[in-house]
Design a protein around this ligand. Structure first.
Ligand code: SF4
Ligand code: SF4
Length: 340
């Protein structure tokens, strides 16, 4: 992992989805991952009880696993408070990689918020071993990678990423910074895991943290580690088709645009056209989802979401188009279902 000296497995575990399943299931999956050879686990203070589950799973094995977590505060006090909580929940006295979560800027020493200085103090006290940063904005990620202040950078990387975004891979390599890839399946839009896996293996300095919430998902990743898939014409064509269909102006589901004063779940609604065609459509054909989609009609066009979207998407238009598409799709879906 870049200059850290940490030897992480190339199949790493993204623990965000653990907040959606029980403690028992989570601990079972985490231990199965460890038994299957995974040694790197990434979580965040913001992922509800995901840290607690990691803490329970690896109590007594702390020196065998590498743990990354994240803090999201605005002040040094927030940072220190969250670090203390993370240490307690993870049942450990150190964190291997402690990251500034969803950083909007490249934090540096001597700034008025004192955040980077708090990280230096935590490192000097042995509470954290390496300082990292996670970002959705490319300019922030590049600045951090070049700054010499960060050992790791975490950024969305997938085969749907633009060439501009993928340029971060070489910037990290040149600066010996570990690149932790989030959203390697692009928030569920990539459905053929083999292609995502193969794409990641093209880059020897990129460590994907696969978001895992089911044993079957873990087993698929572990199976590829043992018997790697191979590129075929079929997989290459599928990747090109996906890129054509999904690259560019699509919502990545990061949620940076929230909150919305009209209560619109933009991070789901804006990508509904792709979700309907790439995931199980029936899940989204319920009354509950219909009502959620209808909240788009309450948009007050404040444009706050647009200003916050790191991908510079025209968010109000995306949600409005998504509602039209949803209504048409559901009409067709009902017709097929009831053979009207
Ligand atoms: S609209 Fe932009 S900020 Fe909002 S979820 Fe999508 S990509 Fe993220
Ligand atoms: S423009 Fe509409 S969707 Fe965006 S934040 Fe404002 S009310 Fe919500």
């Amino acid at each position: 992992m870049g200059r850290t000296g940490l030897e992480v497995t190339r199949c790493a575990f993204g623990a965000l989805p653990l907040q959606r399943i029980s403690a028992g299931e989570s601990v079972g999956i985490l231990r199965a991952a460890y038994d299957g050879g995974v040694n790197f686990f990434d979580t965040a203070r913001a992922y509800y009880d995901s840290e607690d589950k990691i803490g329970v799973a690896f109590e007594g094995y702390r020196d065998k696993v590498i743990i990354a977590t994240k803090a999201q505060g605005l002040t040094a006090e927030d940072y220190e408070k969250q670090l203390a909580e993370s240490l307690a929940r993870l049942r450990t006295d150190y964190i291997d990689i402690y990251q500034f979560h969803l950083a909007k800027k490249c934090h540096s020493p001597g700034e008025p918020d004192g955040l980077y200085d708090a990280a230096l103090r935590a490192k000097a006290a042995g509470k954290i071993r390496h300082i990292g940063l996670t970002a959705h904005r490319l300019d922030v990620a590049i600045e951090a990678a070049k700054s010499g202040l960060y050992d790791t950078v975490q950024f969305p990387v997938s085969y749907l990423s633009s060439d501009r975004d993928l340029g971060l891979i070489s910037v990290c390599r040149e600066n010996n910074v570990g690149l932790i890839a989030m959203k390697a399946l692009s928030g569920g839009l990539i459905t053929d895991v083999r292609i995502a896996w193969l794409f990641m293996r093209r880059h020897d300095n990129v460590v994907p943290i696969w978001g895992i919430q089911k044993l079957s998902e873990l087993e698929e990743f572990l199976a590829y580690e043992k018997n790697p898939p191979v590129w075929s014409d079929e997989l290459r064509e599928k990747m090109s088709r996906d890129r054509l269909e999904l690259s560019g102006n699509f919502c990545r589901g990061c949620g940076y645009c929230l909150p919305c004063p009209a209560g619109i779940e933009i991070n789901w609604i804006a990508r509904m056209p792709q979700v309907l065609r790439r995931m199980k459509a029936e899940v989204f054909m319920t009354q509950e989802w219909r009502e959620k989609m209808k909240t788009v009609e309450n948009c007050v066009h404040c444009e706050a979401c647009k200003a916050r979207c790191p991908y510079e998407l025209d968010t109000p238009k995306l949600v409005a188009d998504a509602l039209i598409d949803y209504m048409e799709f559901s009409k067709e879906w009902q017709a097929t279902r009831y053979d009207l």
